[in-house]
Design a protein. Structure first.
Length: 549
């Protein structure tokens, strides 16, 4: 390591900065209002007598368009992360006892809050829902958890020695922390507790998670290698050696998950790793003097590298892996976060895989959106729809369920739905090639039963020949369940969650071709057990027939 760098900055300062860069090079997938191109926020650590600040680069022109003062102290800002919606940037202030995180509003590029954290904060990462910020505190051996709603610390988690890099998995369930003692701590965000400690190489610095959440790439300085962790087992599944003494620091993964870019501080280069083979590909890319932080643009077209000793940022075109621009920034740039422009909807954002739309009944939707976290399903427009219960998001990448009724049962109906995402927050029509979904007219049969005791909440539907396609069930005038009978046979339904009155009214609506039918039994018996004699003898409302005429 060049002596002049150490003279300007004590070794622990450099170590924090570099590590932070490696780990805190979080790519913020948020939308800046009216932004024409992604903006890169670069933390300039400063120097004694030169306070640190944050440079804002317009990536369309590769020029600095703003400089934001964060703390009026030398050697200050280090780690950077951007909220998923692109509205705020969180910057760790490490120098001279600052021990805080500055919050920058991207709309005005001003500091709107300062949050006290632990000693020597370095790496910063934000959960995909934007609700929490995780900050490593080097001297404390802890991670501070900030709630973005209040900008206050809501938890402090003990990890390994001198934690630096930090990254959150795409599902927001786990946080990976690189520790100076050659380990990686895994924090479960549900309870903010350490659930695993993984041995890796020595002097662990940077950390980055692949877009599918399957692997974590960790840089090990003196070991001159990159460790690959499988998140399913939290074990090292590969170790990638780097040639010579190249001291890897910052690390970032491309949005398609195919390449990993690693900053090599001692050789002033960037290495490229192919994730399919976990090998270094091509010749290391020469950049500025002592590169530290690395970040990739949301489209994967460019990699931005902070060169600490040069006071510059190198821009690498990923298509050719050559430097296409060099941007002068502040003193000792360390790491950065990127705020992309507003998202344009693409068919790959939400692909409609399976749809069932009868005249009445359940709407079943299966979505495939592997790189985005879904928030909700929205009704964008409709014709001849009387009532509509939207499908529910189940997990991060799928939605199912829901119900609708036509206003006029004799006329066709159609509707258009959209899906909103958490990271970044935007809404797209579901599968733009099939946004308007037609509903066939169909035929219906309706039976209503009154004064059903709360205890009689089991319904057995025995489909006939020919059978119904769907049965919709309402309890006391409110939708309860829709049952698909496409596969035939007998279906059991428990309505205990919906029968809240002592005496209940059940309404069954069946849909199918003319002449189709199903038999319904109502009882207090567990499905499969004999019904009570009184229901077998009554022959009134205990056994119903839904027949389409």
């Amino acid at each position: 390591m060049p002596s002049q760098y150490s003279e300007k900055k004590p070794f622990f300062r450099l170590r924090f900065a570099a590590l932070c860069a490696a780990l805190a090079l979080a790519i913020g997938l948020g939308a800046g209002p009216g932004a024409a191109a992604p903006l890169a926020y670069v933390a300039n650590n400063g120097n004694p007598g030169i306070p640190g600040n944050v440079s804002v680069i317009d990536t369309a022109t590769n020029t600095v368009v703003a400089t934001v003062a964060v703390v009026n102290i030398p050697t200050g800002p280090l780690g950077v992360a951007v909220t998923p919606d692109g509205s705020h940037v969180y910057v760790a202030n490490n120098g001279l006892g600052a021990n805080s995180v500055s919050v920058i509003a991207t709309a005005t590029n001003t500091v709107v809050a300062t949050v006290p954290v632990g000693s020597a904060p370095a790496g910063v990462a934000i959960t995909p829902d934007g609700a929490h910020v995780y900050v490593t505190n080097g001297f404390d051996g802890t991670v501070s958890v900030i709630a973005t709603a209040s900008n206050t610390v809501v938890a402090t988690v003990g990890v390994g020695t001198n934690p630096f890099g930090v990254a959150v998995t795409p599902d927001g369930a786990h946080v990976y922390v690189a520790n100076d003692d050659g380990t990686v701590s895994v924090i479960a965000t549900a309870g903010n507790t350490v659930v695993a400690t993984i041995p890796v190489g020595s002097f662990t610095l940077g950390v980055a998670v692949t877009p599918d959440g399957a692997h974590v790439y960790v840089t090990n300085g003196p070991s001159v290698e990159v460790s690959v962790i499988a998140t399913a087992t939290n074990k090292v599944v590969a170790t990638i050696p780097l040639a010579g003494f190249q001291a890897p620091f910052g690390v970032a993964v491309t949005p398609d998950g195919k390449r990993v870019y690693v900053a090599l501080i001692t050789s002033s280069q960037v290495s490229v790793i192919d994730t399919a083979s976990n090998t270094v590909v091509g010749t290391p890319i020469a950049v500025g003097n002592e590169p530290v932080g690395v970040a990739v643009t949301p489209d994967g077209a460019h990699v931005y590298v902070a060169n600490g000793f040069d006071g510059t940022v190198s821009v690498i075109a990923t298509a050719s892996n050559t430097v296409v621009a060099t941007v002068a920034v502040g003193t000792f740039p360390e790491f950065m976060g990127i705020v992309p422009p507003a998202h344009a909807c693409k068919s790959s954002d939400a692909t409609l895989k399976n749809v069932k739309f009868p005249a009445t009944g359940e709407v079943t939707l299966d979505f495939s959106s592997p790189t985005r976290t879904m928030n909700s399903i929205q009704l964008l427009g409709s014709t001849n729809i009387g009532s509509f219960t939207l499908p529910r998001v189940v997990g991060a990448h799928s939605a199912t369920g829901g119900d609708f009724k036509k206003a006029d049962k004799t006329k066709p109906a159609s509707f258009e739905m959209g899906v909103s995402f958490v990271n970044p927050p935007f809404t797209c029509a579901i599968d733009p090639t099939e946004t308007t979904l037609k509903i066939t007219t169909g035929h219906e049969a309706v039976q209503s039963v009154q004064a059903v005791p709360r205890s009689e909440h089991y319904v057995e539907i025995d489909n006939g020949q020919p059978g119904l396609r769907w049965v919709r069930i309402e309890v006391n005038g409110k939708y309860a369940r829709s049952v698909s009978l496409h596969s035939g046979g007998t279906v059991h339904v428990d309505l205990s969650a919906f029968m809240t009155l002592d005496q209940n009214t059940l309404t069954f609506t069946g849909e199918g071709k003319a002449g189709s039918f199903a038999n319904l039994d109502i009882s207090d018996s567990v499905p499969g057990k004999p019904k009570l004699p009184k229901y077998q003898e009554a022959g009134t409302w205990s056994r119903l027939m839904l027949e389409v005429r």
